[in-house]
Structures are given as C-alpha cells and as structure tokens.
Design a protein around this ligand. Structure first.
Ligand code: MG
Length: 265
C-alpha cells in the first residue's frame, strides 16, 4: 500500500512539474530542412558524393606533386620504386577492365581537387604474387591530404608489424582487429577523416582523427593522429592548408582499385 502511494505521489509530482514548465513531448521535437541524399546500391556512390573513379577515366587524378615536403619525401630512396618527384602531370596508372591499376614506378597519384573533412569509400584488391612477404606483399595506401596514410596491404596470413598492416594508421594506430580477406579478393574501406586544424599562427588547435571500417568491420574508432605519416622517426605536425589532395601510393605493386567516391563533410 505504501509503495502504491509513493508511485502515485511521484506521478503527481512529475505531471505537475511538466505542466508548470509547459514541457510537452513536442517541445523537444526538432523540425529542420534536411538535405536529401539518395543512397548508393551496394557501396556505389550516394547522390551527393564526388566520384573519383567509376571505371572509365582518370580525369579526377594527376601524378602527385610533392609540394608539402617532409614525410613522404623522407621515404624516397628507401622504398624500391618510390619516387618523390611527381610533377602534377597526367596520372600514369592504367585502367584495365574498369579497374584502376598501379603502374609500378610511376609514382603516387593524387586528386586534382583538395579535401579536408571527408567520408571516403574505396575498394581495393591485393594481387597474389610469388615470393613476396610482409610490407613487400601488395602494398599501397590512402594518404588523406597527401600526408596521413591508412595502410593498404595484403594482411591475410601475411605477418608484418601490426601498426603497419592493412587498416593501420601507418606506424601510429594498430587496427582493432584484422578483417582482411585473402589476396585476389575485393576489399572495402569506408573511412571518416577529420582534418587537423591550425591557428593563424600555425599552432595545432586539434589533431587529425580517423575512423575506419574494413570490409564493414570497425577497425579504427576515431583515433587521434600524432602528425603526418613518417617511415622513420616520430611524427609531428606542420601547419598546412585546410584542403589538400587525396593521394594513392605506388609501392611497386600492381594493386587494383575500383569504385572510389568521397563526400565532403
Ligand atoms: Mg603503404
């Protein structure tokens, strides 16, 4: 009896409080004009995405210009086939059967357009090869702003250091799990990249952050980057533009890509 009395009293207090404050269900329901986006079918681009590669042309891409200096330039000469002397001329990778294929030795390619905060979808395939292992077995990478690498690598029964395997933020963050598929199989990355922010004086206001789904599995959960990717040593930030091209790595392997699209956030 005492319990029922207590419940009735609580209900009375709640109702009278709501009435006093004029709080109604509707008072916390928001109506705004949301932009309409038509989702893509099976990973294809939604209606508001910028299509970077749909199997027909490399118009969105050029040979990488190394104008920022530092990180990737440091890698030149240390990785077979790597060149840090891109010229901004036409992308020299090939289109075969509607796929974008790395032409080893021609260097990185980058988008002509610069991007800051983005959602990226990219599909990639690591081809099988005899006698290759570790970092040397089907390596590429997505470089956000040309500086921050999410590793692309055959990591299906191909051991390497875990902070350098597929879906790692190279040498900064180990993926939560290994969601790799075997070689010669198409794989997907869906990535949210938040660009670092710098003050007018060039000091870091907020670091870059990355969330990665590998084949639909969460593998990087809003991790904070220490700075641009470096092969040797410790990363550190250097102030740069709000928007910079997205780059794909030529690491001397004939990696294949398809269905690449990006949404500005
Ligand atoms: Mg790589």
């Amino acid at each position: 009896m005492k319990r029922i009395t207590t419940i009735i009293l609580l209900l009375f207090i709640t109702v009278s409080t709501l009435a006093q404050n004029n709080v109604t269900p509707e008072s916390t329901e928001l109506y705004v004009n949301l932009e309409k986006v038509t989702p893509g079918e099976q990973g294809s681009a939604p209606s508001d995405a910028i299509v970077l590669f749909d199997g027909t042309s490399l118009d969105a891409w050029q040979s990488k210009v190394f104008s920022v200096g530092g990180s990737m330039r440091d890698m030149a000469g240390r990785i077979p086939g790597f060149t840090a002397e891109g010229n901004g001329g036409p992308a020299e990778w090939e289109i075969r059967n509607g796929e974008l294929v790395v032409k080893p030795g021609t260097g990185y390619i980058e988008t002509k357009q610069g991007f800051g905060d983005v959602q990226l979808h990219i599909e990639w395939l690591a081809p099988s090869a005899e006698g290759k292992s570790g970092q040397g077995y089907s390596n590429s990478g997505v470089f956000f702003m040309g500086l921050y690498e999410v590793q692309i690598l055959n990591s299906y029964e191909n051991p390497t250091y875990q902070n350098g395997q597929a879906a790692s933020v190279y040498k900064q963050h180990i993926p939560l799990v290994n969601a790799s598929k075997p070689v010669d199989t198409w794989q997907t990355y869906d990535i949210i990249f938040m660009a670092p922010k710098f003050s007018d004086k060039g000091t870091l206001v907020s670091p870059a952050r990355i969330t990665v789904f590998h084949n639909g599995v969460l593998v990087q959960n809003n991790v904070e980057l220490l700075g641009p990717t470096v092969y040797i040593g410790t990363p550190h930030y250097v102030a740069h533009s709000d928007k910079l091209p997205l780059a794909l790595q030529d690491h001397s392997d004939p990696m294949r890509f398809r269905n690449i699209w990006i949404r500005e956030l």
